[in-house]
Design a protein around this ligand. Structure first.
Ligand code: CTP
Ligand code: CA
Length: 225
């Protein structure tokens, strides 16, 4: 389906999309990060605008240009992402968590650059858990009937891990894709299965991230009151 063929079926809806990957600072010059490019989340935002939605995109460290017609909130860390997503979700019909959120952050932030010392082994980096934003959104829907969507990147036992994750997170839809060095991260294309809490499974063949985005919005649209 080309951009000009998209239905205007999200008119009057507000949707929130998170994209990119969070960075958890160790000191002023270093962070723990991940390989998410933000492309899938940006494709979701563009597709939702094309279908008529008002879109808030919470973008974590993506180098992509702000999509036209989208309200973009730039964030760095998981805690900043959570604050921005929760705020935007207050009046949203749907929230799609496409961002790669760091599970852990350094327990301490060094105000000055960490220096090496001759003859000394480096200090271990202590980590603490970040909040699970998707699980929080699913547990406490800001609005009755709000549709919550997660993404899962898996390397092994992709489907069984995905089903377990959907049950654990209690979201409505979970987009599961297989990742590897050359798969998904930074690539223009994607291949996935969308698992729904009602038990349905929608395979999405290998194709552009826009096509996966379009399928996600079809499935969200079906679930909106
Ligand atoms: N997610 C989140 N907050 C976190 C971690 C993940 O909101 N602290 C969201 C992601 O945006 C994604 C979904 O949860 O939509 C699944 O992320 P994933 O990393 O696959 O799940 P985890 O529960 O962190 O499991 P794992 O141990 O496999 O990383
Ligand atoms: Ca994780």
């Amino acid at each position: 389906r080309g951009a000009e063929e998209l239905p205007a079926d999200l008119v009057g809806r507000h949707v929130v999309v998170s994209a990119g990957g969070t960075r958890e600072p160790l000191d002023p010059v270093r962070f723990l990060g991940n390989r998410s490019s933000g492309k899938q989340g940006y494709a979701l935002a563009r597709t939702a605008v094309a279908r008529g939605a008002r879109v808030t995109l919470v973008a974590a460290n993506s180098e992509l240009p702000d999509p036209v017609g989208v309200d973009v909130v730039h964030v760095g860390t998981a805690l900043q992402l959570r604050e921005a997503v929760v705020k935007a979700a207050a009046d949203a019909d749907a929230v799609v968590m496409a961002a790669a959120v760091a599970d852990f952050r350094p327990a301490r932030y060094a105000e000055g650059k960490i220096k090496k010392q001759d003859g000394r082994e480096p200090e271990p980096v202590e980590l603490v858990r970040n909040p699970d934003v998707l699980a929080e959104l699913s547990a406490e829907r800001a609005r009755p009937g709000q549709v919550v969507v997660g993404f899962a990147a898996e390397t092994d036992d992709v489907l069984s891990n995905g089903r377990a994750k959907l049950a654990r997170k209690r979201c409505d839809l979970l987009v599961v894709n297989e990742v590897g060095e050359r798969k998904t991260f930074g690539s223009e294309e994607n291949e996935a299965v969308v698992l729904a809490s009602d038990g349905t499974e929608t395979p999405v063949p290998h194709g552009p991230k826009e096509a996966l985005a379009d399928t996600v919005w079809d499935l969200v649209r079906e679930r909106l009151a």
